[in-house]
Write a protein that binds this ligand. Sequence first.
Ligand SMILES: C[S@@+](CC[C@H](N)C(=O)[O-])C[C@H]1O[C@@H](n2cnc3c(N)ncnc32)[C@H](O)[C@@H]1O
Length: 245
Amino acid sequence: MGTDYSNIAQQYKKSKELPIRLHVEAYTYFNMLGDLGRKSVLDLACGEGFYTRQFKRKGAFRVVGVDISETMIELATQQETKEPLSIEYIVGDVLELGEIGSFDLVVASYLLNYAQTQEQLLKMCQSIFVNLKPGGRFVTINNNSEQPPASYLTSEKYGFIKSIDEPLQEGTPIRYTIFTDEETFSFDNYYLSTATYEWAFRSVGFNKLRWQKLMVSPEGVREFGQAFWQDCLDYQPMIGIECLK
Ligand SMILES: C[S@@+](CC[C@H](N)C(=O)[O-])C[C@H]1O[C@@H](n2cnc3c(N)ncnc32)[C@H](O)[C@@H]1O
C-alpha cells in the first residue's frame, strides 16, 4: 500500500538531518516518550532504524523494529552489524502483524498516516493495542490532519512542503515533498480526520488519548531564532499522539 520506501530509503535517511527533524520532531517525540530506562519498546514502521537505535541507546532493555520495506530493514540491519545494539528487526506489515509480544511501549512515527481507510486505521490500531501490556503506552508522531491546507507552503523553509490535488476528505493523498541539500523527493500520506483517529483508538480499547502539539528545543531556538519556528508552531504540520491501554 502507499509509498514503497524501497526506492527512497537512502534519501529518507538523509532527510533526518533537517533541523526540523532534530529540533521539533525528535524533541517533541522524546519529550512524550520520557524515561526509556528498562522499558521494552516495539517500533512499528521503524524505517532504517533512526529512532529505533536511539531508544536502545537511551536505556530501553529490549527494542524490536518492524517495517514493511525490506530495503529499510536491510539498512537497519547493516547498521546493527556495524554497531551492534541487540535490536531485533522484522520485515512485516502492521496491518497483519498480530501479537508478537507484550511491550511497555509501542511507538510508530509516521505509520498511521499510511492508512487510506478507516478500516486500515482500525487494523493498525488493533496491532498496536494487542502488543501492549495493560497500562502500556502508545506514542507516535504523525501527519497533523488539522493543519489548514492554505498553510502547506509555509514549511518550505524547514525543507519540506505538503500538497493536495483535491479538497481534504477521508483517504485524500497528501504529498510530502522533501528538499535535502542533495536532492528532492516525494511520498504520499493519506488524510483521515481527527474524529476518525479518535474513533479508531477508542474502538480498539484505548481509554486515554492525548494530542501533543509540536515543541521547539531550546537549542533550536538558540540556533535559528524564535521567529524561524513561528510558522511551524502556528500551523503544526505534524502532531504527537499518546494513548494509554
Ligand atoms: C516516513 S517513514 C518513517 C520511518 C521511521 N518511523 C522514522 O520516523 O524515521 C514511514 C515508514 O512506514 C513504513 N510503512 C508504511 N506502511 C507500513 C505498514 N503497513 N507496515 C509496516 N511499515 C509500514 C514504510 O516502509 C516506511 O519505512
